[in-house]
Ligand binder design. Structure first.
Ligand SMILES: [Zn+2]
Ligand SMILES: [Zn+2]
Length: 304
């Protein structure tokens, strides 16, 4: 739907504003088709549902029809009046989205072909800021650990379980939960550890604080979109803020986005830890806990 929201945000709409008859499926809560100028337009896809702004109960639908057009339908439900059963409803065919909208998406994507964002966005479903974060993290990790590019030894440990960045990691690096090369620790933060499983070394990338100067507006629109109370205008504004953030993130250098620390794997417990915390025992890296659990005369310990 992001293409359509961008087009609407750029004013690429043809106003229709006609009362129409709509076939509505109550079970799936979606319009199936509508008649306009003596022609029936079958709906093939519901792109989004929004809150209307004429009255409290109104809903609006952004739909794709069989001829490839996108329309905005407005369902006006008069305020409930016990004398009217069922309550009167009125559908308005609000506007049609002009197809030039596609060009905007292409210019945005073309500028970033070096990051192969197109393929990742297809895989993930849209082009959003956290997807760019994921791409940048992969890009940076492969620059720091070039020998692990295409290697099946590369593993990733991500410290969140629901970010689009995870899709970027799976698509770009081929590390997935299924092949056990992507591990998730749910700490709800953008920290990604890329490492050689056998070599026991790698890098940990932690997202730096990035100020977009739109935080209040962004959070307000995001809340509305997530809880389903967004109007179409809210969704259009939110898409614009998302696009601005995507563009801003793509412009930043990798090291403006992520802080880097080198990591090593503890020889005993196999946990990765930042290099400053590593204890060396006869060239075997160890974490503090494993070090303290060693027998006191550990100089006699031999490792197989
Ligand atoms: Zn996304
Ligand atoms: Zn350990």
């Amino acid at each position: 739907m992001e293409h359509e929201l961008r087009a609407i945000g750029n004013g690429q709409a043809e106003w229709i504003k006609q009362t129409v008859h709509v076939d509505y499926d109550n079970r799936s809560q979606r319009p199936l088709g509508f008649s306009n100028n003596g022609r029936y337009n079958k709906v093939i896809k519901l792109l989004g549902t929004f809150k209307g702004d004429l009255s409290h109960n109104d809903l609006t639908y952004l739909v794709k029809t069989v001829d490839g057009n996108t329309y905005h339908l407005y369902l006006h439900l008069s305020d409930s009046d016990p004398l009217h059963t069922p309550s009167p409803i009125r559908w308005t065919l609000d506007f049609r989205v002009l197809k030039r909208g596609e060009a905007i998406v292409l210019t945005l994507w073309k500028s970033s072909t070096h990051m192969r964002l197109e393929g990742v966005a297809d895989f993930h479903g849209d082009l959003c800021p956290e997807l760019v974060l994921g791409c940048k993290a992969c890009h940076m990790a492969l620059k720091l650990l070039p020998e692990l590019n295409t290697s099946r030894d590369l593993i990733v440990i991500a410290e969140n379980n629901s970010s689009p960045a995870l899709d970027a990691i799976q698509f770009v690096l081929g590390c997935t939960m299924g092949n056990r090369r992507l591990k998730i620790i749910d700490n709800n933060r953008h920290i990604y550890l890329f490492a050689s499983g056998i070599g026991g070394y790698g890098v940990k990338l932690s997202l730096k604080e990035i100020c977009f100067n739109d935080e209040d507006r962004f959070n307000e629109f995001e809340r509305k979109v997530v809880e389903g109370s967004a109007t179409l205008d809210d969704a259009v504004c939110y898409q614009r803020l998302l696009d601005d953030r995507v563009a801003r993130l793509m412009d930043l250098d990798n090291d403006e986005v992520f802080a880097v620390e080198n990591v090593r794997k503890c020889f005993m417990c196999n946990n990765f830890l930042t290099e400053s915390l590593v204890h060396e025992n006869y060239d075997f890296p160890m974490c503090t806990l494993c070090q303290s659990n060693l027998p006191e005369n550990n100089s006699d310990v031999t490792y197989q």
